[in-house]
Design a protein around this ligand. Structure first.
Ligand code: KG4
Ligand code: ZN
Length: 357
């Protein structure tokens, strides 16, 4: 292992893969000096989803002010940085290119290393920022608007993809269910709020397990089940007028089906891998019902659990900086030919394995 990179070095991380512009600065891998995030939720809300061109333009507007804010918050100048890490996959390519352009300019201008970071691996690595002592192997669930993936981490910065969604991501299912129920955007938090006080057992949606051994996910059928529940088989009736308590019951039941499916898949993965710890990441990891369901599972309770703080669960720059730091310590670095890619690195985190994900 090449440890030429100083373990106490200062790394700046840039995140522009989707609808959050974010800049974080870490010293070493666990000391977060700044973690500044600008969410574009209000820009995309009228469209009910992320509009790539609007997202790219907003990244352009926000990235330099965020960079300045982060340096100020950290109390350092550009010349104090030892490396620049940047998300270069997966994501909206037009958005990724904004972050990449700034990162390359900083790397060239300061004469410091540049390192490309996989956004999903950074969500996994976020667990180590607060808990560098997590016993390995670590099982990690990343559940967001675009991805639902399970990883096994044998060593920080290296891991194996065990399973991923075959269609909709968990967050996407929650977003679509919330839209069907007229709860607004983004749907995950809106559905969680409406579910409070609702009965999670009032409607039993089938949990999509995909056979006895699979660690893949499939959430598109759940959304269809809710649609048919509301509008009848073949959409034979109009959307019913729901009372507030009925809406709460449906929101709670749908949320329960998503959480329960995630928990059961994790229990299955624990049995198959013998993992010693578990972490969750991605926007859906902010969900309190999911955290509760995880903690009440006897198989999961036997492991060391890491639920990162909320601002390290959703998209942020500190996780990019922290994984960038680790990759640099592992001797990895990129040059100015670093490119943006819409897909994640496939099964292994070996950097030569850049297949489709
Ligand atoms: O990781 P993230 O911030 O962005 C990416 O998609 O990469 O995740 C966003 C997703 C959205 O689907 C959003 O509805 C969901 O995370 N989400 C939640 C909660 N907060 C955000 N889902 C359930 N409960 C929440 N509290
Ligand atoms: Zn994300």
């Amino acid at each position: 292992m090449n440890t030429a990179f100083d373990p106490g070095a200062c790394v700046l991380g840039i995140e522009t893969s989707c609808d959050e512009t974010a800049v974080g600065i870490v010293r070493g891998e666990t000391d977060v000096l700044a973690n500044k995030i600008h969410s574009q939720v209000r820009l995309h809300a009228p469209f009910g989803g992320v509009v790539p061109e609007i997202a790219g333009r907003s990244h352009m507007d926000r990235i330099l002010p965020l960079l300045r804010d982060s340096l100020k918050c950290a109390g350092i100048g550009l010349s104090d940085l030892d490396a620049i890490a940047v998300t270069n996959r997966p994501g909206l390519v037009g958005c990724l290119l904004v972050g990449l352009s700034v990162a390359k300019t900083l790397s060239l201008g300061q004469g410091i290393p540049l390192i490309g970071v996989d956004h999903l691996q950074a969500h996994v690595h976020a667990a180590f920022i607060e808990r560098p002592d997590l016993p390995l192997p670590l099982l990690s669930l990343v559940a967001s608007g675009g991805h639902t993936s399970l990883y096994l981490v044998e060593e920080p910065g290296k891991g194996l993809l065990l399973g991923r969604t075959r269609d909709d991501a968990a967050g996407e299912a929650l977003d679509k269910a919330a839209a069907l129920l007229g709860l607004g955007y983004p749907g995950g938090p809106a559905l969680e709020k409406k579910a409070q006080g609702g009965d999670p057992g009032s409607q039993r949606f089938k949990r999509p397990m995909l056979g006895p051994d699979s660690l893949d996910f499939s959430f598109s059928g759940l959304k269809t089940a809710l649609l048919y529940h509301l509008r009848g088989p073949g959409l034979s009736r109009e959307m019913p007028e729901l009372q507030d308590n009925e809406l709460s019951d449906l929101a709670a039941s749908f949320q329960e089906a998503v959480c329960d499916t995630l928990v059961r898949k994790l229990e299955r993965a624990i049995a198959q891998t013998g993992a010693h710890s578990l972490a969750i990441g991605g926007g859906v990891a902010r969900n309190q019902r999911l955290r509760y369901c995880l903690m009440r599972s006897p198989a999961i309770a036997e492991l060391e659990l890491s639920f990162p703080p909320l601002d390290l669960c959703s998209d942020n720059g500190a996780m990019i900086a922290a994984l960038g730091h680790r990759q640099l310590c592992l001797g990895q670095r990129d040059d100015l030919s670093l490119d943006a890619a819409p897909r994640s690195i496939a099964r292994g985190w070996n950097r030569s394995d850049h297949g489709a994900a």
